[in-house]
Design a protein around this ligand. Structure first.
Ligand code: ADP
Length: 359
């Protein structure tokens, strides 16, 4: 069977965060053991550990995770492929830390070097600009940043003032999804920001995060229930040896999902959760899409939520996909940790077909 027929599995990475100061003060017992070398994670009561494509234990640094697991993905984007990275896990296990990094220490150094706390997004932007600047080609880099909360999309880069009235006004003018004519969907009216250097990324991330935080306070939102999607699109103009002009287009989607406790809880008591308006439709549908793909069901419910409509191609499609599942080492998170490990392990069986170039 050729590689094309077999497809390529979704890559699944497991990251366990260190103990928090509070857990250390309380001498919280450790229940998760990571064997980075064997790519295995064991939870005390599970005799056999679970294997993943890569495992990063509590002492792993941001740079290590990026260099080992993400650099090859960004290289593919620079070659004109579409790639998606999801962060999945319980609230407080390091999804935002992994994707965005430690924002307080997230200022670049005098020579543009990244701070040690910088996460996947700033590192990806840096790798993209370092590569593009070393090539003799014309290029453009555009980013979008949106939040999905209760199936409503907020543009985190829109330049309006951040006030309650402005936010409510924007909520009324919902940004709709529309077919893009190529089998995908796009968000109509979403602000596309042109980035010209890697250092601009911290300002954009800070602007998006500030908007998210303000909306949380003013509109009484619960951040653990929202998803964020940061997308980077690169166009590279190249000349072929025959003198023809070739445009390569690659896209990287970086998704910080709502806390996975929203799915285990709402999944267990779906009827009541729906009545209370608590259900996280996008997260629940993401789980159903994964199950349907793994079990090779005829109908894959992509259309049931905005998240799965937006990222349809990342699950079973032609996009190269990586899931970073995050867990806590502590005993009080045991139940959620087991459910995250099961979810992530199941997702390993999804096959995508990313060898088709998206040029
Ligand atoms: P989530 O996005 O999953 O809710 P956060 O990214 O906000 O979780 O992380 C919760 C806290 O734990 C933050 O204070 C963060 O700085 C810290 N943290 C998470 N992962 C790590 C890690 N791998 N190393 C150091 N600190 C971490």
């Amino acid at each position: 069977m050729s590689n094309k027929e077999k497809g390529v599995n979704v890559q699944v990475i497991l990251r366990c965060r260190p103990f928090s100061d509070e857990e250390l003060r309380n001498n919280a017992p450790q229940v998760v053991t990571c064997n980075d070398y064997q790519r295995e994670v064991a939870v005390s009561q599970n005799i056999a550990g679970k294997h993943f494509d890569r495992v990063f234990g509590p002492t792993s640094q941001q740079r290590e995770l990026y260099d080992q697991a993400i650099t090859p993905i960004v290289n593919e984007v620079l070659e004109g492929f579409n790639c998606t990275i999801f962060a999945y896990g319980q609230t407080g296990t390091g999804k935002t830390y992994t994707m965005e990094g430690d924002c307080k220490k997230n200022k670049s150094g005098p020579n543009g070097e990244l701070p040690i706390g910088a996460g996947v997004i700033p590192r990806a932007i840096k790798q993209i600009f370092d590569t593009l600047e070393s090539q003799n080609a014309e290029y453009s880099v555009k980013v979008t940043f949106l939040e999905l909360y209760n199936e409503e999309i907020t543009d985190l880069l829109a330049p309006e003032e951040i006030s309650k009235a402005a936010l409510e006004d924007r909520q009324k003018k919902q940004l709709p999804l529309m077919e893009d004519g190529k089998g995908g969907v796009l968000v109509r009216g979403l602000e596309e920001e042109i980035v010209t250097s890697a250092s601009e990324i911290f300002t954009l991330l800070e602007r998006g995060s500030a908007k998210r935080r303000t909306a949380e306070t003013l509109l009484n939102k619960q951040s653990s229930r929202s998803h964020s999607l940061f997308s980077i699109t690169i166009h590279i103009k190249e000349a072929t040896p025959e003198g023809e002009e070739l445009i390569k287009c690659g896209k990287l989607n970086l998704v910080d999902l709502a806390g996975s406790e929203n799915i285990s809880r709402s999944g267990a008591r779906e009827g009541r959760a729906r009545e209370a308006g608590e259900i996280n439709k996008s997260l629940l549908t993401l789980g159903r899409v994964i199950n349907a793909l793994v079990e090779h069901l005829g109908h894959i419910p992509y259309r049931d939520s905005k998240l799965t409509r937006l990222l349809r191609d990342s699950l079973g499609g032609r996009t190269k996909t990586c899931i970073i599942a995050t867990v806590s080492p502590a005993v009080h998170c045991l139940e959620e940790t087991l459910s995250t490990l099961d979810y992530a392990h199941r997702a390993k069986h999804i096959k995508n077909k990313p060898e088709i170039n998206q040029k």
